[in-house]
Design a protein around this ligand. Sequence first.
Ligand code: SUG
Length: 446
Amino acid sequence: MSSAVEANCDGLVGPTHSYVGLSPGNLASQKNAGEVSNPQAAALEGLGKMRRLADLGIPQFVLPPHERPAVSLLKSLGFSGSEAAVIEQAWKDAPALAAAACSASPMWAANAATVTPSADTADGRVHFTPANLLTNLHRSLEGPQTTRALRRLFPDEARFAVHDPLPAQPHFADEGAANHVRLCADHGAPGVNLFVWGREAWGHWDGKFPARQTREAFEAIQRRHGAARSVFPRQGRAAIEGGAFHNDVVCVGTRECLFFHERAFEDRAGMERAVRAAAEGLFEPAFVEVSEADLPMADLVASYLFNSQLLVIPGEGRLVLLAPAETRDNPRAFAVAESLASSNGAIGRVEYVDVRQSMRNGGGPACLRLRVVLTDAELAATNSAQRFTPGLHAVLADWVRRRYRDRLAPADLADPDLLIESREALDELSQILDLGGDFYPFQRAS
Ligand code: SUG
């Protein structure tokens, strides 16, 4: 077994962060539609969370925002003329399309890709499949640029395999690591991969809200990555109906510990049996379940208790749960969190972090990060300019304060100046993070 750490790659919030209500089934996104956002505060909150992780001794990386508004989408849908004219006409004739082209959704890096560490893969490389995110129009734009971003951060093909996204077809609807959990004795040891899906490609789905992940998508990813010891539990239908549009709203796991809500899995006993069988000879899984009686779904979704980061802290025996501030604000969720910490179980401590701007779009601490287990040699093969340090924090905080607006109403998304400001900001960012001069589409246009 080689030693390895679980690094976090967080999506930096982009300049168009806004509340437009683009995600059915995501109750926060629906509830806050029309509100005024603060992109500057959102980006600073995200940087603050990255700093917390880095200060705890956990390797932290920054994933860059994507170019928005995505004028290319609007052009491909028939809007023509200058870019300003395209934006103006789209907002007039098809505001839903124009809004989708503006979303800063790549910030939720848990949806960037599914990752299999080298300890679990057939060829000994770290494998990534960027998610096609095709259930929602605004998110379906992310795959190609995410692929480019991951290839930039993990450039060494001898160590990293960044695949293309799965075919953009409803059979292979894929939302990335938000529906994947890896358990293990130690990060560098072989693990058990839980690929949690909501519907089957040839099955009939008649739920109130979309089931975003298909079983067939995860089976394809498991084959591509050569991921050993994989199990395929089904998301609880009641969880999706209750507003848990991804499994990471009702479940989080690391090392031996799976922390989840009673409604998270359709067949909880079957999930446990499958995980125990797959873990045979490797480790004894610890199942930490919270009942509906202790935390009703409505409180779960309001508090996002399970959308926490479950962390192995160097030098600390038990796990630390980094929960959103909303968990502290919700009496029931707070009681559950505190009783965990005072029990003798796998989770020893709870900390809270403020990512309220992101939370209003249904994205908690766990949504904002993509976990990548890396050995020392793999860590050394990453793009070091994207490694989060106190120095990079200062540079990026200054960049955000200079470049981002502190107030963005949905109507402001139609302002053609926002495109210019965003491109100028991203152009500077591509130098800060050493992304190359052709990272963004606008940098490649002649
Ligand atoms: O896909 N929200 C995102 C939130 C993603 C959370 N990620 C995880 N659970 N891992 C989504 O629903 C809202 C955008 C808007 O409404 O403007 C949005 O896309």
